[in-house]
Design a protein around this ligand. Sequence first.
Ligand SMILES: O=c1ccn([C@@H]2O[C@H](COP(=O)(O)O)[C@@H](O)[C@H]2O)c(=O)[nH]1
Length: 237
Amino acid sequence: MAAPIAVAIDAPDIETAARWASAVAPHVSTVKVGLELYLRYGPDVITTIRGGNRVSLFLDLKLHDIPATVSGAARAVARLRPSLLTVHAAGGADMIRAAVDAAPETRIAAVTVLTSLDDAALERTGVRGPASDAVRRLAVLAVEAGARALVCSPHEVASLRAEVGPDITMITPGVRPAGADRGDQARVATPEEALAAGADLLVVGRPITRAADPGAAAASIAAALRRAGAGTGTRSV
Ligand SMILES: O=c1ccn([C@@H]2O[C@H](COP(=O)(O)O)[C@@H](O)[C@H]2O)c(=O)[nH]1
C-alpha cells in the first residue's frame, strides 16, 4: 500500500513537474497540484502529471469567492476528476456547499487556517484567539456545510478528530522530517507526529522536491511512516 503522502508538486514548469511526479509516484498515494502549476498550464498539467503514474490527484486551488463563482469553478475542474479539491473554509457555509454540490464525485477539502500562520500572524488578520480556536470553528462550519475533508496543521488533528468524527479525511501540510528546513511553515510537526495525531494524508512538498533525489526522499518518508504504523488502520484516502 502506497504511503499516505501527497507530494506538493510546486514546480516552476511542466517538465520539472512531470519529472518529480514520476520519481515520487511509486512511493506515495497522491500528488498535489496547486496554484503555481495550474495557473500557468491549466488542465494540461493534470494530464501530464497523471501520465503513467498510478496516483490520486489532489487539486489544491483553495477556491474562495462568492458561492456562484465557486460553484462554477468547482464544476469546471470536476471534469478533471481530482480525488480532492480545496476551498477556503473562511468563504462560509454557502460557498462550501456550492462547491460540494458542483463537484459531487470529488471530496471537497476545507482549508481551515493556513499552516504558514502562527497565532500572532493570524491575529494581525483580525482573527482573535489562538489558531487552534479558529481551526475548530472553521472545521465545524465546513463539515456542517458538507465538506468531507479538512486541511489543518498536525497540531490540531487530534482535537479536530474528536470534534468531527472518523469519517472526515484529515489532511496536514506543515510536515517536516526532523532537522528539515521549515521555510515559511509556522505550525509544523514531523511525519511520524502527524500520523500519530491521526492525520489521514500528509502533504509534503519541499523536503521531497528540493532533495537531490526526490524519489529517494519520498521513499525515505514513506518507510518512516510504515515503521510508525501507516497502513495498519482501516482508513484510506
Ligand atoms: O494550510 C495549508 C494549506 C496548503 N498548503 C500547501 O501545502 C504545500 C506544502 O508544501 P511544503 O513545501 O511542504 O511547505 C504547499 O503546496 C502549500 O500550498 C500549506 O502549506 N498549508
